[in-house]
Write a protein that binds this ligand. Structure first.
Ligand SMILES: Nc1nc2c(ncn2[C@@H]2O[C@H](COP(=O)(O)OP(=O)(O)OP(=O)(O)O)[C@@H](O)[C@H]2O)c(=O)[nH]1
Ligand SMILES: [Mg+2]
Length: 420
């Protein structure tokens, strides 16, 4: 188990350094790293050598040797040479927040697609840093200007990494293609889609499982739920058929964190695309984290980055059972619930239903007796409000969406407008 010192240089001075350091702490803990000490420093500019000033580096070195640390984690993204220089100066391994996140993702990836996505992002992270790392190697071994062993190795490493990257990208493309076809087939059937989004560990997968349970779906299709960051990286899509025969598609996807590495977002684009195609977003918020409003902003910013625009959303302020104070939502429309309680789940399901089945309308159809197949079809696939047998045929009062309404228009006797 690593014992680490966390370092945060506050360049932006946006008043959020404590938030970022707390988040870095949870990220480190997600990797079972013990945190010995947290150092922050307000800086006006980045230094080329160490990112922070050399005085601060000395201070870190002292802390590291006194506390017996074996890892330094920077909250700021470092260049290859900065990592090398810091390691040489402090004498222990140095990584940055991006590398830590990539490492967590790598340890959590379960499907082939997620593994490829993470591996590609890791290679993208390494490529621009190789030179910096090797330069100091060259300096150590061959001196300035000489094309020493470090330089040759760098060229070989770079070529190998680039080759690996193209190979992995091709493999990923194949998987993405297959997924797109699957998605297209779903789109054709014109079923509404919801995407469950939110900060990592907020309760997204919990909601997907609850939806499936509510709809009595196969218990084997449950997704992994755990109190840890990035428990599920893969997109899980489930077809939910409610008791009233109304159906929709629900997608649970990777959680967000602030400053999610750009390469990672890029690499996960195909997975995240599913969100951009949703008809409705359910944004889950973990109110047991004191920075939950900030986490909403982080999630919304990431959604914007991946191209989500103008999709209606409901903010689900979750884990209310863990909170003592009153919650005053700053984002609307919203609902305050606990998704581990039945009542909370039903409230959220009602909101989803109301939103995505807006176009459903109660209509009365008169179906001649020689079209009995249609009566059984409607019984199996729609919500029947009442059924009566008359001299002219079966009189069905049923809830239909626009597509079915136009399909069976000739049978419609009368419309009842559903109250919203
Ligand atoms: N106390 C409490 N715990 C909850 C509630 N909702 C979810 N949890 C727990 O929170 C943890 C995270 O839930 P997940 O559903 O895995 O969260 P997620 O958003 O899918 O997280 P990632 O996949 O890691 O991004 C689990 O241990 C859940 O049991 C709630 O309302 N109250
Ligand atoms: Mg999850």
């Amino acid at each position: 188990m690593y014992k680490a010192i966390l370092v945060g240089a506050d360049l932006k001075k946006d008043g959020l350094i404590d938030y970022y350091m707390e988040e870095l702490t949870s990220l480190a803990m997600a990797r079972n790293i013990e945190i010995l000490y947290v150092i922050t420093q307000s800086i006006n500019r980045i230094t080329a050598n160490f990112y922070i000033g050399s005085g601060k580096v000395k201070e870190i070195q002292t802390f590291a040797s006194n506390l017996d640390a074996d890892l330094i984690i920077f909250n700021n993204e470092l260049s290859g040479s900065q990592i090398r220089n810091l390691e040489a100066e402090i004498g222990v391994r140095v990584i940055d927040r991006t590398l830590l996140i990539l490492d967590i993702f790598a340890s959590r990836a379960k499907t082939k697609e997620a593994m490829l996505q993470v591996e590609i992002a890791q290679l993208e992270y390494m490529l621009p840093r190789l030179r910096g790392l090797a330069e100091s190697l060259g300096r150590q071994q061959g001196g300035i200007g000489s094309r020493g062993p470090g330089e040759k190795k760098l060229e070989l490493d770079r070529r190998r990494i680039e080759a690996d990257r193209s190979k992995l990208k091709k493999e990923l493309e194949e998987i993405v293609k297959a997924r797109k076809i699957q998605r297209k087939n779903r789109t054709k059937s014109n079923i509404k889609k919801i995407a469950i989004v939110g900060y990592t560990n907020a309760g997204k997968s919990t909601l997907l499982n609850a939806l499936m349970e509510y709809a009595h779906r196969d218990i084997n299709k449950q997704v992994y739920v755990k109190d840890m960051l990035f428990a599920t990286l893969e997109t899980s899509t489930r077809h939910i058929i409610l008791k009233n025969n109304k159906e929709f598609i629900a997608t649970d996807t990777v959680g967000f964190v602030s400053n999610l590495p750009h390469d990672l977002v890029e690499s996960f684009k195909s997975t995240l695309e599913e969100i951009t195609e949703a008809d409705f977003l359910v944004h889950i918020v973990d109110t047991s984290n004191k920075f939950y409003e900030k986490q909403i902003d982080v999630t919304n910013k990431t959604l914007e980055e991946i191209g989500v625009r103008d999709i209606p959303v409901i903010y689900v302020y979750n884990k209310y059972d863990l909170v003592d104070e009153e919650i005053k939502p700053l984002h609307y429309p919203s609902v305050i619930v606990s998704l581990i309680e039945q009542e909370g789940i039903i409230r959220v399901i009602n909101i989803i239903e109301r939103e995505i089945f807006k176009e459903y309308e109660e209509v009365t159809l008169l179906i001649p007796y020689n079209e009995g197949n249609l009566v059984s079809y409607l019984n199996e696939n729609t919500h029947i409000v009442s059924q009566e047998f008359t001299n002219e045929g079966t009189l069905l009062t049923v809830e239909l969406n626009n597509i079915l309404k136009s399909k069976y228009i000739k049978y419609i006797k009368q419309k009842h407008y559903l109250s919203q």
